[in-house]
Design a binder for this molecule. Structure first.
Ligand code: ATP
Ligand code: MG
Length: 147
């Protein structure tokens, strides 16, 4: 699935001359495929949108016995601590993002957060302004059955 998302954005990666590195083993994860696709899609488009030309993006997928970790790291515009605090709010877009004619509704990450919650996963975003952003997600391989 990741490879499909990457393929979709190949043209824009080339146009912006962004370099993308990835290490993606085939990891199977229980859940809703189209929702998870929306997660990968949003996190990758954010990295693309908020990274100036010639930047780099790294995608890493790590498997353990019972979890899958997905990290998307960029060296783009980053965010201030105050901006970072609000990224999961609906319609929130940081000043640093709005200033640079990149489009967005500010809904992406709030949806991402809800989907991750449904899949009993976690998301952790770290960012330094003008240095970049790292989004780290973890999912249990098998969804716990509710009792
Ligand atoms: P949408 O996803 O709805 O098209 P969006 O990308 O602006 O719009 P979110 O994905 O919810 O909205 O992200 C919220 C805000 O968080 C962004 O507007 C931007 O300010 C900030 N942000 C998200 N990802 C990054 C990133 N990789 N680098 C810098 N800022 C980011
Ligand atoms: Mg987005």
């Amino acid at each position: 699935q990741w490879k499909e998302v990457i393929r979709n954005y190949q043209w824009i990666l080339q146009e912006k001359e962004l370099s993308l590195d990835y290490s993606i083993p085939n990891a199977i994860l229980q859940g809703d495929a189209s929702m998870l696709y929306a997660v990968w899609d949003n996190v990758l488009t954010n990295a693309i949108k908020y990274t100036p030309p010639h930047g780099r993006i790294d995608i890493t997928v790590e498997k353990t016995e019972d979890s899958v970790g997905v990290t998307v790291k960029d060296d783009g515009i980053g965010m201030t601590p105050a901006e970072l605090e609000r990224i999961f709010e609906r319609f929130y877009r940081a000043d640093s993002a709005r200033g640079r004619n990149v489009e967005g509704t500010g809904l992406g990450l709030s949806i991402v957060q809800q989907i991750i919650e449904l899949h009993k996963g976690t998301i952790d975003v770290t960012s330094i302004q003008k240095e970049g952003t790292t989004v780290k997600m973890t999912f249990p391989t098998v969804l716990p059955t509710s009792t």
